[in-house]
Design a protein around this ligand. Structure first.
Ligand SMILES: Cc1cc2nc3c(=O)[nH]c(=O)nc-3n(C[C@H](O)[C@H](O)[C@H](O)COP(=O)(O)OP(=O)(O)OC[C@H]3O[C@@H](n4cnc5c(N)ncnc54)[C@H](O)[C@@H]3O)c2cc1C
Length: 456
């Protein structure tokens, strides 16, 4: 079977690449290969009752399938170059922002109209942060919410399904190259194309490394972020979340001068498991629909670890730490802040007696047995710093789930068109190591489609 363009991965990068291609080059023959299920079949079996923790499905519905890792994400589209990736370094700051606004326009057109765009511009919270040694990053954020995000994806799929050949539950095993033609090999078939866009996301991190090795494309080692997810009563952060929805705050620790940052804030949200290559870590999201709101807000506190030569396996380091928590707790561990600072493990009765009811069923334990001391010290320091702008953050009953790990893909060598040294092979979204967010991954998809059109 021959195609003009084959896209690997139907996450935001792959979806927006195929969308834009069908708009600007409607005659192209396009196929999208996706390891996971079609949207309506994506269902994580964890229901908190019968199935309480990850049962390692062969295709993880949180990470794989139409919509990618973004399908059950909180649908927070941060429009900024200050975080979420370094796409601007490849295509320029102005263009990167323009593309993010274009994606925002499409999200609204396909079901997100009526959702709120929050902004840090002119916020007094910035001053409050600075007065307390904290730095609030600038951004506009469209919060679609997990529910509206799903509707947008449904509408985008309905638009695309007659214009693009979708192959679901079909992981691509190999990408081969010979004389300007790419052969995409699945378990049972081979397909050919002259242009191939790889957008395999974080869950495809190991796979893309192999592809790059097989095609002799350079990669360089990246970083890993390690931390915890904090869960507390929504009132504690409501003055921030009501105005900004998500606040990205950075703190430099007094002890080691490490940077600790807040990440992925979910007012009235839920904490969830995340399965990356079989390792269970923690994440969170929230719904736009008020009926599905919880009493809690959750967010991550992360410390970035950059490694220098000769060590290249930053993700392996993060995995080893996550494996420790999986070994001790069979998955994610939960601990009350008060127990952590008193040097004792949390147990079921201490969690139950606490005033914050966990939204994820996790194993009570001791995070100090899992996290490197320097990272844990930084997190504790930041909790006290946040307590100054949001009193109550450092309460004994504040819950910490661990570990949260942000795995970053190796950075693939690509140019300003996001094209590798092999003409016609593009690597975009989170699997390129360039983006780490819905907005940047989506923008990279639009960019690559336009570059392909320009070169045609
Ligand atoms: C629970 C959760 C909440 C999140 N919340 C937010 C948020 O609110 N805001 C935000 O900006 N970001 C959020 N993120 C991160 C965001 O989802 C990702 O940055 C974004 O989805 C990246 O898009 P992508 O297209 O690059 O990759 P992905 O969305 O990961 O999509 C890649 C797709 O490729 C498929 N694939 C992988 N390997 C292969 C293969 N070999 N063959 C075929 N298919 C393959 C996968 O199955 C997957 O569907 C969240 C992530 C999670 C897990």
């Amino acid at each position: 079977m021959k195609y003009d363009v084959i896209i690997v991965g139907a996450g935001p990068g792959g979806i927006f690449a195929s969308y834009e291609l069908t708009k600007i080059m409607p005659n192209l023959n396009i196929a999208v290969f996706e390891a996971g299920h079609i949207l309506e079949k994506r269902k994580c079996p964890i229901d908190g009752k019968k199935v309480k923790s990850c049962i390692h499905c062969s295709s993880c519905s949180i990470m794989n399938g139409f919509g990618g890792a973004g399908a059950f994400s909180d649908g927070k589209y941060n429009i900024t170059n200050q975080f979420g990736g370094t796409l601007y370094k490849y295509i320029g700051s102005k263009k990167a922002l323009e593309l993010m606004y274009y994606v925002d326009e499409l999200n609204r057109k396909y079901g997100g109209e009526g959702t709120k765009l929050y902004s840090t511009a002119n916020s007094d919270i910035k001053k409050l942060c600075l007065q307390n040694g904290l730095h609030l990053l600038d951004a506009s954020v469209r919060h679609l919410g997990t529910d509206i995000n799903y509707i947008v994806l449904e509408n985008l799929y309905n638009y695309l399904k007659d214009k693009v050949d979708f192959y679901f539950d079909t992981p691509v095993e190999h990408v081969l190259y010979e004389e300007g033609i790419y052969t995409i090999k699945t378990a049972s078939e081979s397909y050919q194309c002259s242009k191939c866009i790889i957008s395999a996301g974080r869950s495809g991190s190991k796979w893309i490394e192999n592809v790059c090795e097989e095609l002799s494309i350079s990669t360089k080692s990246n970083r890993v972020d390690i931390g915890v997810r904090v869960e507390l009563p929504a009132e504690v952060f409501s003055h921030l979340t009501d105005e900004l929805y998500e606040s990205k705050i950075i703190y430099r620790t007094a002890k080691f001068e490490d940077l600790v940052r807040t990440f992925c804030m979910n007012p009235h949200g839920v904490v969830v498991n995340e399965n990356t290559n079989g390792i269970i870590t923690v994440n969170g999201h929230s719904y736009e629909d008020k009926k599905q709101h919880t009493d809690n807000t959750n967010f991550a506190l992360l410390v970035a670890k950059h490694f220098s030569e000769p060590f290249r396996d930053s993700n392996g380091y993060g995995e080893s730490i996550a494996k420790l928590s999986n070994m001790l707790g069979g998955g994610v561990l939960i601990q009350r802040f008060g127990d952590l600072i008193r040097g004792r493990r949390s147990n079921a009765s201490r969690i139950e007696e606490g005033f914050v009811t966990p939204t994820l069923s996790a194993t009570p334990g001791d995070l100090s047995l899992v996290m490197p001391k320097r990272i844990l010290d930084g997190i504790i320091e930041m909790i006290y710093a946040l307590d100054k702008i949001a009193p109550g953050t450092a309460n004994d009953d504040t819950l910490l789930y661990g570990v949260e790990v942000k795995f970053y893909n190796m950075e693939v060598e690509i140019d300003s068109s996001l094209e590798t040294k092999l003409k016609g092979l593009y690597v975009i979204g989170d699997c390129s190591g360039v983006t780490h967010s819905l907005s940047h991954a989506s923008a990279s998809g639009i960019h690559v489609a336009r570059c392909i059109a320009d070169k045609n």
